[in-house]
Design a protein around this ligand. Structure first.
Ligand code: BTN
Length: 243
């Protein structure tokens, strides 16, 4: 099937919010993608905002369904991150996956993923996968972001057609989601570990309210992070960010 139907709009609030409305109203079929040239109310995880200068970056959302259920759903952004990593590699950019859903080039963020799930009557879940990828953002604009960030332009000194890149990126994304759907996290775990930011290092995992520090040992069978705390106890963490 694949992400076949790509709809481009000049300006939206949030592509995730609008695509969800369309899905709920039955206006689009599975595989639909909504991309915006300008997003004025972009959302990130933990109620953060996502800001991108108009016409510069990829800001889009993709719709698919899955019967995987909990707790397997937790690893969807990890599969998506691997797809985006492979796409970036095809453009000569070596990125790493920051659990659970960012892509980093060194210590700079290049992409964020917001995966939202909605239950359906007939069983199964609707997934709206929102992706913000810094494509043509220039170094002076990147410096205005509150955390270290980079773009494809900064990494390669090339400018990109957003329309062309989105089509290529969606192929990578679909392939990794298909693989995840067929084999679950078990099938992508080794790839995630091999390309994981800060693997084996001392990290802090936090969700805004609470923080825990320890050594990033690896991942449980549904993608939860395994942290070795001081003293040797191993804790599973299901939600948060690695810092
Ligand atoms: C994060 O890093 O916290 C996730 C950022 C996700 C941003 C994308 S941009 C397209 C889509 N629409 C939104 O409102 N958010 C996501």
């Amino acid at each position: 099937m694949g992400f076949a139907e790509i709809i481009w709009l000049d300006e939206v609030g949030s592509t995730n919010s609008l695509l969800k409305e369309w899905v709920m109203a039955g206006q689009v079929v599975e595989g639909a993608v909504l991309a915006a040239r300008s997003q004025v109310a972009g959302r990130g995880r933990f109620e953060r905002t996502w800001v991108a200068p108009a016409g510069c970056n990829l800001t889009f959302s993709a719709y698919f369904r899955t019967d995987a259920g909990f707790p397997a759903l937790a690893s969807i952004p990890m599969a998506a991150a691997l797809g985006i990593r492979e796409y970036l590699q095809s453009r000569g950019i070596e990125a790493q996956c920051k659990w659970p859903n960012d892509l980093m080039v060194g210590d700079k963020k290049i992409c964020g993923i917001l995966s939202e799930r909605f239950a359906t009557d007939g069983g199964g879940d609707i997934i709206i996968l929102g992706i913000g990828l810094n494509v043509n953002m220039r170094p002076d604009d990147l410096e205005r972001i509150d955390k270290p960030a980079t773009s494809m332009l900064e990494q390669t000194a090339c400018g990109y057609s957003l329309e062309d890149e989105l089509r290529v990126l969606l192929d990578y994304l679909w392939r990794w989601l298909e693989r995840w759907e067929a084999g679950g996290f078990a099938d992508i775990r080794d790839d995630f570990v091999a390309n994981c930011w800060r693997m084996g290092e001392n990290v802090v995992v936090g969700d805004g309210d609470s923080h825990m520090s320890g050594i990033l040992l690896g991942f449980g069978e549904s993608g939860q992070i395994l942290l070795e705390l001081e003293g040797g106890e191993v804790r599973e963490v299901w939600s948060g960010d690695v810092e």
